[in-house]
Design a protein around this ligand. Structure first.
Ligand SMILES: Nc1ncnc2c1ncn2[C@@H]1O[C@H](COP(=O)(O)OP(=O)(O)OP(=O)(O)O)[C@@H](O)[C@H]1O
Length: 264
């Protein structure tokens, strides 16, 4: 179990998280949803031990997470993350193959040959040609780099994965394929997933449980099939864009040309 317990978090004298308690069990897929600036990425950074909470406990399998050295390395072997900013998350001077291989070098005992085979398999998983292993990051699109970051995070088969808007830069077909792959991985390996997103539909499709955050407070926690009850969470649900075009005054005055208007 990856668990944040009664977390308060401050930047300077500004408190951005208030008494947050959130846990992800092995094999469980939990979505954290909320609007912009509500505290989702802060929770992602805390869950990945990239920052330490101002107050409260952070535990992995019941034990407090170590702050440095071997304890932190053990944590990194178990918990990996993917953020939205693909280009910012990779070394621009390293090849794609080296980037994906990196956690295997530091956190596993794979031989060089086994690492190369794993890189190839991971590229296939994220729908990139094996030849991309030799490319540099600037030769890939933002969405392709996003997939490289996902491959890197999955390389050591972590026990938990934290995705912060990790599929947001991808087209819908790829999003569906990769979320299906993530779900399969969780079922197959028992990986726990904390999936942070603005996209409620994606969250409901992928996750067992949905947690809503507003102004640094967790305000709702429901199973995927159930409706939210808190007004802020319901507002997220209702804020889905309608399929019809938005009607403006200009729509009314600028009538689209009818067949009869057209001079042939
Ligand atoms: N390093 C920082 N220093 C100061 N304030 C910060 C820092 N990081 C985040 N904040 C503040 O914490 C609050 C929560 O930010 P956070 O990035 O966690 O929100 P979010 O829900 O992930 O937003 P978005 O969906 O827009 O990425 C915001 O008010 C933000 O300004």
């Amino acid at each position: 179990m990856l668990a944040l317990e009664n977390i308060d978090h401050c930047y300077g004298d500004r408190r951005v998280l208030h008494d947050v308690s959130l846990s992800v069990a092995r094999g469980e897929r939990v979505a954290l949803v909320g609007g912009s600036g509500e505290g989702k990425s802060t929770i992602a950074r805390l869950a990945l031990a990239l920052e330490r909470p101002s107050q409260g406990a952070f535990k992995l399998d019941g034990a407090p997470v170590g702050r440095r050295g071997r304890a932190l390395k053990t944590f990194r072997r178990q918990v990996q993350g993917v953020f939205q900013d693909g280009p910012g998350a990779v070394n621009p001077g390293h090849t794609i193959g080296r980037i994906i291989e990196e956690p295997l070098v530091h956190l596993s005992r794979h031989s060089a040959r086994a690492r190369r085979a794993r890189v190839e398999a991971l590229l296939e998983v994220v729908k990139l040609p094996a030849s991309y292993a030799a490319y540099l990051p600037h030769q890939l699109s933002g969405g392709q780099l996003q997939r490289v970051c996902l491959a890197r995070a999955l390389a050591i088969e972590p026990a938990y994965l934290v995705c912060d808007e990790a599929t947001s830069g991808l087209d819908t077909v790829l999003q569906v394929e990769l979320t299906r792959f993530l779900a399969d991985t969780c079922d197959r390996t028992g990986m726990g997933l904390l999936f942070i997103t603005h996209d409620l539909r994606l969250a409901r499709r992928l996750c067992h449980r949905l947690i809503a955050i507003e102004q640094g407070r967790l305000v709702d926690d429901v199973i995927a099939g159930a409706a939210f009850t808190h007004p802020a969470a319901r507002a997220l649900e209702e804020a889905v864009l309608p399929l019809a075009p938005i009607k403006t005054a200009a729509h009314k005055t600028h009538r689209a040309p009818q067949h009869a208007d057209t001079v042939v």
